[in-house]
Write a protein that binds this ligand. Structure first.
Ligand SMILES: Nc1ncnc2c1ncn2[C@@H]1O[C@H](COP(=O)(O)OP(=O)(O)OP(=O)(O)O)[C@@H](O)[C@H]1O
Ligand SMILES: [Mg+2]
Length: 263
């Protein structure tokens, strides 16, 4: 009788994988990440000093920037620079990627029009119209506390309200990967609480992978299942959040989590 092979316990599958990605602007390499997996259903918090490459990495994950070398994959389908092994992202793959991956930039852009129209846009693009789509938008507006402002023009919104609209728009299509760049920067605690609650609910509901760039150490600790630290374009630390904060491997992480900006 042939013994059954030992099957290792199934680990979480990476939804997205970054392999040997660099980004250069002229002579300057601003990003150099050997490996980064983003796992289904996790919140991965990314911290780092200003200019360390966090936005660059997020924009590459969103297909808004092309890496200079290396590749990024979504469920195994990879793309990279035109001269790279994986080849550039094809129009079909780009469409598939954008359907499954949503991105909220550091300064989210809302369209003129109403709050409802903005949140509805991803569904309209996907040809999801009718009562089901309307209910999905209304539910999302309820979650971010903006039901009463559905008919308001976006030009009249406060910064916190605008951020919540941007988050609702990024979530309404139930993406597999949500990329958030400083979603609560400069917001008051009440707005921060709504945004964090909405994120947690989303992860519990359909288990998207969330990559959250934040300067807020407390937020990383509250939300991140794993936390990474990027310094000078390199991912110098990555691990379970509590381990990163309590037992950092790198001396720079130790000073960063203590709030000492020594680099
Ligand atoms: N289009 C560009 N051309 C040239 N340099 C760029 C470009 N975009 C970004 N950079 C440089 O790349 C580096 C990383 O920028 P990035 O925006 O990724 O940093 P960051 O970690 O997001 O910073 P912050 O916390 O301030 O948002 C910076 O030094 C920036 O000046
Ligand atoms: Mg940035």
């Amino acid at each position: 009788m042939v013994a059954k092979p030992l099957v290792p316990p199934a680990g979480p599958e990476p939804v997205m994988r970054v392999t040997a990605v660099t980004k250069r602007y002229g002579e300057r390499t601003v990003l150099d990440v050997e490996r980064l997996d983003v796992l289904k259903g996790e919140v991965l918090a990314l911290m780092g000093p200003s200019g360390s490459g966090k936005t660059t990495l997020l924009r590459i994950l969103a297909t808004l920037e092309t890496p200079t070398t290396g590749q990024v994959s979504l469920d195994g389908a990879a793309w990279g620079p035109p001269n790279g092994a994986a080849g550039p992202v094809s129009p079909a793959r780009l469409l598939a990627w954008r359907r499954r991956v949503t991105y909220v930039g550091q300064n989210p852009v809302l369209f003129s029009g109403t709050v409802f129209d903005n949140v509805n846009l991803p569904l309209a693009i996907r040809c999801r119209v009718g009562p089901g789509a309307r209910a999905a938008v209304e539910e999302m507006l309820e979650r971010v506390g903006l039901a009463a402002l559905a008919a308001a023009r976006t030009a009249s919104l406060s910064a916190g309200e605008a951020q919540r609209v941007a988050l609702a728009r990024a979530l309404v299509s139930r993406p597999d990967v949500l990329l958030l760049d400083e979603p609560t920067a400069n917001l008051d605690p009440a707005n921060v609480a709504v945004i964090e609650k909405t994120l947690i609910e989303a992860v519990e509901m359909w288990r998207p992978a969330v990559v959250l760039v934040t300067h807020n150490l407390f937020q990383a600790r509250r939300l991140g299942r794993r936390t990474g630290l990027i310094v000078g374009g390199r991912l110098i630390e990555l691990g379970e959040t509590e381990a990163v904060f309590s037992y950092p491997q790198d001396a720079r992480t130790a000073s960063f989590v203590k709030g000492e900006m020594v680099f």
